[in-house]
Design a protein around this ligand. Structure first.
Ligand code: MLT
Length: 407
């Protein structure tokens, strides 16, 4: 399946023949408009230019089923049929919104070419956008001793380092799309201690330890400096890295997170959640949290993702869950740190994030001198999973600008 959303296209009078029907040439145009519109809403219409390739159409055929008329609104979806080394075969379907009739289908084969017109391999990000290769090869999982624990991490690609820190109670697969697509960077997505496939000792969970673990992981990998992205609790860990290991942080991406400490009410909520985890287990915590971590749109339209997140949370060891809840409850207020952040900074927030809403992200951005902010529409608290192509796209743009600071 393609990761590009279906788009709606209106049939204009000038596209129709003397009898009012959408004509053959116009159908090709409608399908083409739908593809560019889907790209613009997803990874960006400069997707191909970013990779120095162009999709040359090698074959296009349209099969008509029913006539379309001026003013009809067509929903056009897009599917990946086949991903070759240098080619991509796609199909599109145009369905009239008013009566649900399938009006036409297109079959297209593109070959990727470079500026000289030579066929080249389909770039990873392009393949991922069209639905190929992402879930099948999320990264190379490895385990690293970092002190009293071993951490699991997905590591992929070459280039300056990008460390991706997940939130609570999640794991490294939160960043699967970014690990798969942010080519030109060495992407490192670890499981924090107590979560995912990392060790989960009974005690020893404080923000400082999570930060120190990650710096030891960088040491093990021979990495001096990394751009560090953190989602929610991952953001709290990024702040701790800045406090304790500032020289190791070359840039920050703060996703669906906040700088302030827990309020008295928030701390009481943590204690209640700790009791729930201890009394009823991780699945009970997952059920409690699920409705708030995923955006409204995701809950309505992405049932498989809802299940994936439910299972990811429910797999978390109780010791790691309780430890993280205590560490978050007792974390320092990072607001005073913000004005001193002097590395490139990007703040990303899901428009439907209820836990760290756009108003919080705006305040965060305002307090960091060089920060830029992007709001991801249709996503909640887990934007990198809910709207993966949009998040990868803004991160790719940010990283391009930050690249020189990392070396
Ligand atoms: C997270 O997603 O990491 C948590 O929701 C953060 C929190 O509870 O403060």
């Amino acid at each position: 399946m393609s990761r590009l959303p279906p788009v709606e296209i209106t049939v204009y009078p000038y596209e129709c023949d003397a009898y009012g029907h959408l004509n053959e040439a116009a159908y090709l145009t409608v399908f083409e408009r739908a593809r560019w519109e889907a790209l613009a809403r997803g990874p960006g219409s400069d997707l191909f230019r970013r990779h120095g390739v162009w999709p040359a159409v090698r074959r296009a055929s349209v099969e008509f089923h029913k006539p379309a008329f001026p003013g009809d609104v067509l929903t056009v979806d897009l599917r990946l049929e086949k991903l070759g080394r240098t080619s991509v075969a796609l199909s599109q379907r145009a369905v009239r919104g008013a009566d649900g009739e399938l009006l036409a289908e297109a079959q297209l084969t593109f070959v990727m070419i470079d500026a000289a017109g030579r066929p080249v391999a389909v770039p990873e990000e392009v393949a991922a956008v069209f639905g190929g290769r992402v879930s099948t090869r999320p990264g190379e999982m490895a385990r690293y001793d970092v002190s009293d624990v071993t951490l699991a991490a997905d590591i992929r690609g070459d280039g300056p380092a990008l460390l991706l820190v997940h939130g609570f109670p999640l794991d490294r697969t939160l960043w699967a799309h970014q690990v798969a697509t942010l080519s030109g960077w060495r992407r490192i997505a670890p499981d924090l201690r107590g979560m995912g496939a990392s060790d989960a000792p009974a005690e020893g969970y404080v923000m400082a330890t999570y930060a120190d673990d990650l710096v030891r992981l960088l040491d093990r990998l021979g990495i001096a400096r990394a751009v560090v992205a953190g989602l929610s609790m991952g953001g709290y860990v990024v702040f701790e890295m800045l406090r304790r290991h500032r020289d190791r942080v070359a840039g920050v991406v703060l996703v669906d997170t906040r700088a302030d400490a827990d309020s008295a009410e928030g701390r009481a909520g943590r204690d209640a959640m700790i009791q729930l985890a201890q009394a009823e287990g991780a699945r009970a915590v997952a059920e409690r949290m699920l409705p708030r971590v995923l955006g409204r749109s995701t809950q309505q339209t992405q049932p498989l993702l809802v299940e994936q997140v439910r299972e990811m949370m429910a797999r978390t060891p109780v010791a790691g869950m309780v430890g993280a809840l205590r560490a978050m409850r007792d974390r320092a207020d990072s607001t005073p740190l913000l004005p001193s952040i002097d590395v490139p900074a990007l703040v990303v927030v899901g428009q439907e994030d209820e836990l760290c809403p756009p108003s919080v992200a705006k305040a965060l951005t305002g307090a960091i001198p060089s920060a830029a902010m992007t709001v991801i529409s249709g996503a909640g608290h887990l934007a990198p999973l809910e709207a993966p192509t949009a998040v990868s796209r803004v991160m790719a743009e940010f990283l391009e600008h930050a690249r020189d600071r990392v070396r």
